[in-house]
Design a protein around this ligand. Sequence first.
Ligand SMILES: [Zn+2]
Ligand SMILES: [Zn+2]
Length: 540
Amino acid sequence: MNTEDIIQSLKLTSRLMELHNENPFKIKSLNNAVFKLDKVNLDLSNASLEELEKIDGIGKGIAQKIHELQTSGDLKELSQLRSITPVGVMDMLGIKGIGPKKVAQLWKELSIESTGELLYACHENRLIHLKGFGTKTQEAVKKAIEFKQASAGKFHYAAIEAYAFQLVVELKRKYNMPLVSLTGAIRRKCEILEQVDILIVSKDIIELPAIKDAPAIPVMIRICNEADFFSLLFETTATQEHLRLSGFKPGQAKSEDELYSRLGLQYVEPELREGLNEVELARENKLPKLIEVGDLKGILHNHSNYSDGVNSLREMALYCKELGYEYLGICDHSQSAFYANGMKPERVLEQHREIDVLNEELSPFRIFKGIESDILNDGSLDYPEELLRSFDFIVASVHSNLKMDLEKATARLIKAVENPHTTILGHPTSRLLLYREGYPIDHKKVIDACAANQVVMELNSHPYRLDIDWRWIQYCMEKGVKISINPDAHEKQGFHDMQYGVCVARKGMLTKEMCFNALSCVELENYFLQKKSLLLNPKS
Ligand SMILES: [Zn+2]
Ligand SMILES: [Zn+2]
């Protein structure tokens, strides 16, 4: 079992204990332990019993449980709990918004034993009069189930990419075929995938190569003649709408470029072939040169162990430098984010002193002093004015009270954007792809406010977020709002998520010129200084 499996098993044990109404003190100490384990950077699969017992908040009993998981791959207590829980009830534990206690209530009081039955019970309004539920909860449960069902069979791009590339390599090697390509949604770098499509030139029947730990996504392999390859690649990559708008007709060609020029069109990058306005622009030869990973000069919005990150500030900086970047923006959580170990003012000053020392040592590499300031309920920022002034830049993000209607959420964000301290608006909808929809916002109004206040929009590159959605990037660019491709890394390996941001940024037609962190270190420093001088001398 790896670390993640061990933590998941402990989490499930605590949820099942709660479901079966076991000793609340035991549940609480297990939950606390899981919370701690999530934060320590320790390989649980190899840790010894002594090492485990040393971790703050992990008692002998829990260390023993981890040890049992390491050695037998299971936990007696967990399999005992599983054996007395119907499969459908286990499934109900995965519904967002209802905890184990409520699931137990539905099971015991309404005899609901599966997600399907629960959805039906919502349709019949049976949750309304249940103690602790009500119309609102029933509506939320119904929505959560529908969302869960719609997400079934869907995968994040990042969970599939490596597997898909490996398939292509294996097919080339096994059949000695040079013409093999990904096609379809994965070639368009879509953020959510339901299938991997591959096109291969072959006269024989092709077998899917066996790959260890392959994800459970269907793979569709299409076999063709060499002469038809590029035409089929064009046809299978694009959406139906792109084919219709471009006037595509199958025909033999030596490249996709040739096929586009036959249609009187500029070459359209695969990521863009969605059938939006790309064909219109290609016809006028107006498609811009898209951003590339190599254009990014630095990494803004990252966390260290000053708040909820795994690595130290120094480790983050050294790794960032090693990857060849010119600067790192450190944005630990602000004090209101107590659940994420948000920084009290003294900690901020301590961090600033450490940054000064590191900057001296690592020059010309530069660490910028940032903060991810919570946007409070009323749209104001954390910290008093004076402390806010001590930062080079501020990412403002919403982390609490996510249940807002469109009007309230929009007003809250706009107020934060209008705050003269705000440099970047962080993950504007707080969505988690396939897990949480995020609050609704009026994108146009928020982007217009960014334009009016010269605030940069974040494209949070965590593969679950990819927020702002790429479909709004063109509008941002039209309004002159720059996009910052931020990994929101909570450990140094998280820097590599920048590539997923670039994938969707390209879908949104982002150019190097409109990308905030394509600025060099000197350019960025000047930008921050200028923003600060405006703070001191606001235009009358
Ligand atoms: Zn955040
Ligand atoms: Zn963050």
